[in-house]
Design a protein around this ligand. Structure first.
Ligand code: A2P
Length: 329
């Protein structure tokens, strides 16, 4: 396969290189694209230096385009690349809500790829990490209502957002003030309950992405979900506290049994040994960690659990490459 990565110098683009390498994706030729600022930089892939090119106008010489350079760029160029014969796996939200565009988590709805029209959407990172854990429980016990609170890392806003957190932390530690350009407020030593733009209903777009996308991926337009998305001063890996009310009788033991057999999940749930999901351990892992499973005290027949998943990997680069693998078959 001739593969192109658009946004190759970014936080997700860089992870895509590593995932293609690790999973031995059959790459015949790899082209790396970014803005003109990055043209001429080199990146290692399979022991070779590959030069980053400024993204050209027009179609790309690739069978698969992995795009992670923002929504407006995807909106403008993905149809051009698709028309030129490439299959575009788009990490932005530009096409996710179009009926004709498959929105795919390979562990959940690989069948949605059938009949694709050369643009496939990679879901939002917070959605993917929660959905991978919720799906097997939904299949076993049928979820009715889902309430989510997220603890999202700075890297969700890109490589420069990680830099803003590090620089700001250094500044505060040396007695200065943290600057903020990317986040609405300084993130060091703070939490910010504001990710993406506010909607008329009082939720942010990030929160509504979790609602819209989970319904589409599960094929459950009536599933009730509510999310509160919060940025926390970690570098990578999103965590989420999830409360789910089920239709069929459920117990923590039964949920653990289901999750321990599920794809893409590591059950980390031994509180007596201080074993529970955390960014510290879930970072750089392909699987999502799930733990703290317990019976919810408020709703009848409901569970609480906690997930932590590397949102640059399963939440973005890994999921995109897994989609590409499905397209090989
Ligand atoms: P560059 O590094 O040259 O700015 P992140 O999500 O980590 O911020 O990364 C965004 C990615 O999108 C980077 O690789 C960035 O390249 C790329 N990018 C941003 N704007 C453009 C553009 N106009 N054309 C091509 N690539 C772009």
């Amino acid at each position: 396969m001739r593969v192109a990565i658009v946004g190759a110098t970014g936080a997700v683009g860089q992870e895509m290189l590593g995932v293609l390498e690790n999973r031995k994706f059959p790459v015949a030729e790899l082209r790396l694209y970014a803005s003109a600022r990055s043209a001429g930089k080199t990146t290692r892939f399979l022991g070779q230096d590959i030069t980053v090119e400024a993204l050209p106008e027009g179609p790309l010489p690739a069978d698969i385009v992995l795009a992670s350079a923002g929504g407006s760029l995807s909106k403008q160029y993905a149809p051009v690349w698709a028309k030129g014969g490439s299959i575009v796996i788009d990490n932005s939200s530009a096409f996710r809500y179009e009926d004709w565009v498959p929105l795919v988590i390979p562990e959940i709805n690989p069948g949605a790829l059938v009949g694709h029209k050369n643009i496939v959407a990679n879901p939002n990172c917070t959605t993917i990490i929660m959905a991978v854990a919720l799906w097997p429980l939904h299949q076993a016990f049928k979820a009715r209502r889902v309430i989510i609170s997220s603890y999202q890392a700075s890297s969700g806003a890109g490589a420069s957002a990680m830099e803003e957190l590090l620089e700001g932390t250094r500044a505060v530690l040396s007695g200065g003030k943290a600057e903020n350009k990317i986040f609405a407020y300084p993130l060091p030593f703070n939490v910010i309950p504001h990710i993406d733009v506010f909607q008329e209903n009082g939720y942010t777009k990030e929160e509504m992405k979790v609602v819209w996308e989970t319904r589409k991926i599960f094929g459950e337009p009536g599933l009730k979900l509510s999310a509160t998305c919060v940025r926390v001063p970690t570098l990578r890996t999103h965590s989420e506290a999830v409360t789910v009310e089920f239709e069929k009788p459920v117990t923590p033991e039964a949920a653990r049994e289901v999750l321990s057999a599920a794809a893409g999940i590591d059950l980390v749930d031994v509180p007596s040994e201080k074993k529970y999901p955390m960014p510290m351990n879930a970072s750089s892992k392909y699987n999502v960690e799930v733990g703290r499973i317990r019976k919810n005290l408020v709703f009848d027949n409901a569970l609480d659990f906690f997930v932590a998943g590397d949102q640059l990997l399963k939440g973005a680069a890994l999921n995109a490459v897994q989609i590409a693998e499905l397209l090989l078959d």
